[in-house]
Design a protein around this ligand. Structure first.
Ligand code: DGL
Length: 274
């Protein structure tokens, strides 16, 4: 029997919209409910224990919305909390690290793979572990760039300044003869054109959106969870959403209604302070 319950998707902010868009394009019959934890964005510089706490709160909120599958569209939360979330819920949970790592190994010719991600994701070593599980002789160069997340959230990127800041990271990666670069933060594909310039020719750049959407499709089929109805989509946020709304309109072609929700005591204070 078709299952018309929505797929839950979350991130700290606008980054997960890159995964959501691909998900909607790949699986047009599936409804979604997206939650952007704007009141507590960014997650990247926070201690892993705090990211874990936030991720569980967000996931519990979405679970109460009767979702049939959860996509953790945030590398930082996947790195900090994926096993906890996988074991906590009766529905399947898909993170973004493993699908991106497996695809990078498939695409790389020389096994030298670069990862640019948040401080939290890099500190966790999640990509290095996931890549080495797929190819034991791979060489992984991970570099943090948490500073990019607030710039992307604000929607006001100084492109020349960003390129200048990316240059030393890319120089290290070129020196290591990396042939594949993973954008290991779901915010970064929103500046894909700058990464193309910064990385230069001959380097394959990828993110996890396509492979994650493929994994979701596979799981829905395997567990007979596919929808038989027309899709509908909801957007939830925990904090001020003006620039989130602009971004969503640019990506989805329309200003979606955005609902503001409280996940935890203190959320209203966080909103007022932000
Ligand atoms: N987009 C998220 C990620 O993939 C989170 C970025 C942040 O909040 O710092 O890691």
């Amino acid at each position: 029997m078709p299952d018309s319950r929505p797929i839950g998707v979350f991130d700290s902010g606008v980054g997960g919209l890159t995964v959501l868009l691909t998900l909607q394009e790949t699986l047009p019959a599936e409804s979604t409910v997206y939650l952007g934890d704007l009141a507590r964005c960014p997650y990247g510089p926070r201690p892993q224990s705090q990211v874990r706490e936030f991720a569980v709160e967000v996931a519990d909120y979405l679970a109460a919305e009767d979702i049939k599958l959860l996509v953790v569209a945030c590398n930082t939360a996947t790195a900090a909390a994926y096993p906890i979330m996988r074991d906590r819920f009766p529905f399947p949970v898909v993170g973004v690290v493993d699908p991106g790592a497996a695809e990078a190994v498939r695409l790389s010719r020389n096994g030298r793979i670069g990862v640019i991600a948040t401080d939290g994701t890099v500190a966790s070593g999640a990509y290095t572990h996931a890549i080495l599980r797929c190819r034991a002789d791979a060489m992984v160069i991970e570099r943090p760039a948490s500073w990019l997340v607030p710039v992307i959230e604000s929607g006001n990127a100084d492109e020349a300044e960003i390129l200048e800041s990316l240059e030393p990271i890319m120089a290290d990666m070129r020196a290591a003869e990396m042939d594949t670069l993973i954008l290991g933060c779901t915010h970064f594909p929103l500046l894909r054109h700058l990464f193309d310039v910064a990385a230069g020719p001959g380097i394959t750049i990828l993110d996890s959106a396509t492979t994650t959407a493929r994994e979701v499709g596979r799981l829905l089929e395997e567990r007979a969870l596919q929808s038989g109805r027309a899709a509908s989509h909801r957007f939830l946020v925990t904090g001020p959403a003006a620039s989130f709304a602009e971004r969503a309109a640019g990506m989805f072609g329309t200003y979606p209604p955005i609902e503001t929700v409280d996940l935890a005591p203190g959320m209203v204070d966080a909103r007022e302070a932000g």
